[in-house]
Structures are given as C-alpha cells and as structure tokens.
Design a protein. Structure first.
Length: 288
C-alpha cells in the first residue's frame, strides 16, 4: 500500500504536465480580427432663429361670434336685476341723466330699436337729456375718432414694417444669395467650436440682423431640426436647429451679405421658400 507522500508527489507531477499541455495548446495563433469601419465626416451644424412678432390686435369678430354675443347679451339683460343707479348718482344730476340715456341705448341695441319708446312720455325732456349727455361725453373726449384697424403698411404692402397684419403672427425672413440664386430663409449661422446651440443662435441673429433690436429666445431647447439636401460638391450632411424667439423692440438692420428682409405670415412664407425648406418648418409656425 502506497504512502501519502508518494501519492501527493504523483498528483503534483500530473498537474505539472497538464499545465504544460495547456500552455502549448494556448500558443496556437488565432485569425486576425476585422478592422473597425471608418467613420464618415462630421455633419455641418447650423442654428436658426424663428423670430416672431406676436399679434397686437384682437381678431375681427365673425358673423357667428357676433350673433352668439348678441344672444348672450339679451339673456343677461333679461335675467339680471335692475341696476340701482339712484344709489350711485345724485338725483337730477347730469351724470345720472347720462347713465339713463346710455342704458336706454344699450337696451335698444339688445332688444330692438322700438324698445322703451313708450317710457319717453315727455319728448322734449328726453331730447334735452340726450343733448346734455352728448355734451358731457364731448367734453370728456369720448367721441374722438379711433385709429383704423388696417395700417397704411397693409395698404402699401410694406413687408418690412412691423405694423402690418396686426391680427396675425409675423415671422422674419432674410433674402440672401446662394450659388447665384436668390434664397429666402430664417436668420441662421454656423456653430463655432466650444459654443452651445442657443448661444450660436443668438450670435447668428446679431450677425445678420445687427444689434438694434431687443429679442428674447424662448428656450435653450430647439423647437425643430431641418436636414437640407446634400449638394454634389459637399460630401458632408447638414443639420439646422431652429429656436423660437420674440422681438420686443427695435427693427432689423441687415448686415453685409443680406439683400433684404420681410415680416411675413405663415401663408406668405410658403410662397417665398423652397418646397423642401417649407416642409421642414411649416409645422413650427402658427396658422394664425
């Protein structure tokens, strides 16, 4: 029977020869790995500003809205309690007379021109009251003519004026020349090294429109991206990130390289830009 020392020696020798066999087996050469694919050129990154002039006039009321408000006004006058004007005005004062005349006028606008005619028992007194109320209103300047809702810029079709289309959203478009071709586009520029997207957008707006206007960029996040067609002489793709901004004061002063500018509505922009450009920006603009 073998001793424990002999068995341990044999086991150590078997492990030694087994490790040698493993080392020899590991020295076999493996096939070379495929080289990683080459990366293409980096795309050109541009930033653009969609500069908006918000409406400053309320929309013109249509026939349906006019009828709706007239109906609601008649209901409100028919159901409300009479106004206690004797509590607020001195009896017999011209202020009380003026309120009564104006209230009678509002009631006839709501219920018809013949409403309340039977209440005017004394025709001469009613005429004197209306004359006194008109004189007071004239002294307070209430009959001054209001400015028309249509500006002279609309009549002359001055697309560079910020006063045109007061009920619509207007957007700034610049006229430039690209490859001997006239192009309308939003203010834009190439991003520089170490510059954030919103910083590049603000700088590009100042570079092309000068610094004689106050603008406010709504967010640091872009509202859209546009991928223009890749030209034949440019192997790299392009991407333009759009930022929404509002003009607060001032006006555009085009710098060198800009042929002109225009403040246009969404429907007018479609007629000035290319179809591919329009498809990329139409969903960003307001319909009204």
């Amino acid at each position: 029977m073998l001793s424990r020392s002999v068995l341990s020696t044999c086991s150590r020798r078997s492990l030694y020869y087994r490790s040698l066999a493993t080392v020899v087996g590991d020295t076999t050469t493996l096939p070379p790995l495929d080289s990683p694919p080459k990366k293409g050129p980096k795309p050109l990154i541009n930033t653009a500003i969609i500069l908006n002039r918000s409406p400053f006039l309320t929309r013109t009321v249509g026939p349906f809205e006019t009828a709706y408000h007239a109906y609601q006004g008649r209901l409100r006058r028919a159901l409300h309690n009479p106004f206690p004007y004797e509590f607020y005005f001195k009896e017999g004062s011209i202020i009380e007379t003026r309120f009564v005349v104006e209230e009678r006028k509002r009631e006839r606008e709501a219920f018809g021109p013949t409403f309340g005619l039977d209440d005017d028992l004394d025709k001469a007194k009613a005429a004197a009251a209306r004359a006194a109320a008109a004189q007071l209103a004239e002294q307070e300047g209430e009959h001054e003519a209001m400015m028309p809702r249509r500006h002279p810029a609309d009549i002359n079709n001055n697309v560079e004026s910020l006063d045109r289309k007061g009920m619509r959203n207007l957007y700034l478009l610049l006229n430039t020349t690209n490859n001997d071709r006239e192009v309308w586009r939003f203010p834009q520029g190439r991003i520089q090294k170490g510059e954030l997207l919103h910083q590049a957008a603000q700088r590009s707006l100042a570079d092309e429109c000068d610094q004689y206007m106050d603008s406010w960029i709504v967010s640091r996040n872009p509202v859209g991206v546009y991928h223009p067609p890749i030209p034949e002489n440019e192997p790299r793709s392009q991407a333009t990130f759009f930022y929404k901004a509002h003009i607060m004061a001032g006006q555009v002063r085009p710098t060198e390289g800009i042929n002109g500018f225009a403040w246009l509505t969404k429907q007018e922009i479609e007629k000035h830009v290319d179809k591919h450009y329009w498809d990329g920006v139409k969903d960003i603009l307001s319909d009204y």
